[in-house]
Design a protein around this ligand. Structure first.
Ligand code: EPU
Length: 425
């Protein structure tokens, strides 16, 4: 039965919240386990629908995935090379199996995931990179049939795609010779992935910079690694604390502060007050909440992440003046604007990548839906500060990427509960 979240606005948040392992790192680390016959154990593994979906795909392929508490062990001793549409279409990150399969078996059959809620999201950069490494792609009947023994080459990415960088890095670990990826994505998740690959016996240098060098090796072995903390979850709770924090303030633990510097700078420019107590702790004290307008242009790392754009748009509704939100990474990631408008926000979407937010407006609780994962978080945060009840629908988006959302918010003092939706006669 479908479910909804019911939030009673206006409750002050106080206390502590602990950030979980990063979805966008966890999924790639799981795919890395396909590169070896030996077990790979990942700790600090978030309990998320996306992790479950990827484990279902790996299990279909023949791997064993065993979860114990926050640790996940994957053993891919005898696996097939086919990733079918039914599983890939549920989650785009499933195409990250391509690199490991090609590297280990010289072939892969992976369904094309198609578009998604935030735009077209083509795969040309990944395909072109693997073609340069010697793979041949046949795109037929909605599948990518890929074959070839990968060879190390120099690859210059058309743009620093996160997924392409990761897929090529995974593939290059077992390629013959050295691969250099130029204009590579610099996101911190690249470093997490390279660390695991190196612990498995790979030779990856330069992850986290725009030039990654991977010297191919013959074989990889098992390893254990903790998933890095989720910078997007941390940024989301920071916004929650700024807008709804009470007298005692909110402490955000295990926040990867190093990975949020430009986001912090953007928020501080509005008058927002918070302290970086140490590398992994944020403290958000009670504050006046007279914020000035925000200027955001999302960008590749170290710029402000597109995955924090929706939460920032919501924050802007509580700032005085006209905030400008420019979405550089995706062609259509402002669907949440219409939901926030339902709650009385004054947002002009000038074009699908530019919105002006006129603030400050008192938000009013309403029925709203999650348009994608991050848009979903924006409406939940809006519900915390709105008048009356907010009912959030289409929770499957939220469940993909925020671990224990209601529990974490309730522990801070929010009134939020999940209920089954009864059919309206
Ligand atoms: N792009 C191309 N061609 C390609 C690859 C990408 O044109 O071959 C374009 C995309 O269409 C998009 C842009 O480049 O407009 C960025 O795509 P990228 O490949 O960098 O993103 P991704 O790997 O598909 C990951 C995250 C996203 C996050 C982006 C950007 C995962 C599982 N997903 O996606 O996370 O927005 O990087 O940082 O890691 C989310 O968590 O809500 C989410 C969407």
């Amino acid at each position: 039965m479908p479910q909804q979240l019911v939030i009673t606005g206006g409750q002050a948040l106080n206390g502590e919240v602990t950030i979980s392992g990063a979805k966008n790192s966890a999924l790639k680390l799981i795919c890395a386990a396909l590169l070896t016959e030996e077990p790979v154990t990942l700790t600090n593994m978030p309990d998320l629908k996306d992790v479950e979906t990827l484990c279902a795909l790996l299990t279909f392929m023949g791997a064993a995935c065993k979860r114990e508490g926050d640790s996940l062990t994957i053993q891919a001793t005898n696996i097939g090379v086919r990733a079918p549409y039914e599983l890939v279409s549920k989650m785009r990150a499933s195409i990250l199996v391509l690199g490991p399969l090609l590297a280990r078996f010289g072939r892969a059959e992976v369904a094309m995931p198609g578009g998604c809620a935030i735009g077209d999201r083509p795969l040309d950069i990944t395909q072109h990179g693997f073609e340069q490494m010697g793979a041949r792609f046949i795109l037929e009947h909605g599948m990518m049939w890929v074959k070839g023994k990968l060879k190390g080459v120099q690859i210059h990415l058309r743009l620093p795609s996160v997924g392409a960088t990761e897929n090529l890095m995974l593939g290059a670990t077992l390629a013959e010779g050295t691969t250099v990826i130029e204009n590579a994505a610099c996101e911190p998740e690249m470093v997490d992935l390279a660390n695991l690959l190196n612990a498995m016996g790979a030779k990856v240098k330069g992850a986290g910079t725009s030039r990654i060098e991977i010297e191919g090796v013959q074989k990889l072995h098992g390893a254990t690694q903790a998933v890095m903390a989720d910078r997007i979850e941390a940024g989301s709770y920071l916004v929650a604390a700024l807008l709804a924090g009470g007298d005692k303030g909110v402490t955000v633990r295990r926040s990867p502060n190093f990975a949020l510097k430009t986001f912090f700078e953007m928020l501080r420019a509005t008058g927002a007050k918070f302290e970086e107590i140490d590398e992994n702790t944020l403290f958000v004290p009670a504050q006046s909440r007279h914020f000035t307008a925000v200027e955001l242009m999302t960008d590749y790392y170290p710029g402000v992440a597109t995955d924090l754009q929706a939460q920032t748009m919501l924050f802007a509704t509580q700032c005085d003046g006209i905030s400008k939100i420019y979405e550089k990474i995706y062609e259509n990631r402002m669907m949440h604007a219409a939901e926030l408008r339902n709650m009385n926000a004054s947002i002009e979407v000038i074009n699908p990548q530019l919105a002006l937010v006129h603030g400050k407006t008192k938000l009013s609780g309403a029925h709203v839906k999650c348009t994608d994962l991050r848009g979903g978080m924006a409406v939940v945060l809006a519900g915390l500060v709105a008048d009356g009840y907010t009912v959030v629908h289409d929770l499957h988006h939220l469940d993909r990427g925020y671990e224990k959302l209601e529990q974490k918010l309730s522990a801070l003092g929010a009134k939020i509960k999940r209920e089954e939706i009864e059919a309206v006669a």
